[in-house]
Design a protein around this ligand. Structure first.
Ligand code: 3IX
Length: 210
């Protein structure tokens, strides 16, 4: 497994970078939604595509070779910014903002057109992604086995997620969670998560190759 990457920056620098990247990712999210829903004529679509390609070239003029990586600062602040569930630099991520409520982790997310599976409904894989992530974060461990029960279709719109560790046996944690809409639970999840033998934060020089 590639290691978590230590980055020696202050919390002020993390906040500054967050302020720089968040609006960009929000713009890309708007772009995703607009690309799905636009009804403009083909010439306008082509012109918009050219503008987007120019913006992409601007961004690519300096970029990392591989993925963003999961970076951590000295005070333990995480920067999983490329993560497809919570990453503030990943427009695929809603993003899900996870907070702690007692023993549980919770999140409220609005899922729009980019997450549609059956008509008007959330794609089952998106439910799995978000549940896998929040259960994984509750355990701070790797997903071993994840079981989902889709009890009722989840309409696009506002959803609530929860996750809680219910049992621990050595490195093995059992986590339960759910996704719900305003009318109640739509998906329940139970997973066995395995804490890695090594979870130390590594310095960049110690980073393993792919
Ligand atoms: C380090 C991860 C931290 C995650 C924190 C999450 C969020 C934090 C916020 C920021 C984001 C940062 C990064 C994380 C991002 C997303 C997290 C979401 C979760 C994921 O997206 S994560 C990717 C998908 N996930 C995989 O890609 C796993 C591939 N796989 C393996 O990496 C190994 O396969 C592993 C590690 C699972 C086990 O390997 P191992 O060698 O450590 O285990 P070992 O054989 O020693 O078994 C020890 C005991 O676990 C039992 N056991 C073993 N395997 C099992 C299984 N599959 N199911 C049920 N039980 C299992 C045995 O039966 C034994 O049990 P017993 O002791 O009772 O006999």
């Amino acid at each position: 497994m590639r290691q978590f990457v230590f980055e020696d920056i202050t919390s002020e620098e993390v906040a500054r970078r967050t302020g720089v990247y968040t609006p960009l990712t929000d713009s890309v999210r708007q772009l995703l939604d607009a690309a799905i829903r636009t009804e403009v004529d083909p010439d306008t679509i082509r012109a918009a595509g050219e503008l987007i390609d120019r913006a992409t070239a601007m961004l690519r003029s300096a970029q990392t070779d591989g993925p963003h990586g999961v970076r951590y600062t000295a005070d333990g602040t995480g920067m999983p910014w490329g993560n497809p569930a919570i990453g503030i630099r990943n427009a695929i991520a809603p993003p899900m903002v996870v907070t702690r409520d007692g023993d549980r982790l919770v999140a409220d997310v609005v899922l729009g057109a980019a997450y549609e599976g059956p008509p008007g409904l959330v794609h089952g894989g998106i439910c799995a992604l978000l549940l896998d992530h929040i259960l994984g974060e509750a355990a701070s461990a790797m997903t071993g086995t994840l079981t989902l029960r889709y009890q009722r279709a989840t309409p696009l719109g506002a959803v609530h997620l929860e996750a809680e560790v219910v049992a621990t046996a050595g490195r093995k944690l059992t986590v339960r969670g759910s996704m719900s809409d305003a009318d109640g639970i739509t998906v329940t999840a139970e997973g066995i998560f395995i804490a890695p033998r090594l979870t130390m934060t590594e310095r960049p020089d110690d980073r393993e190759g792919p």
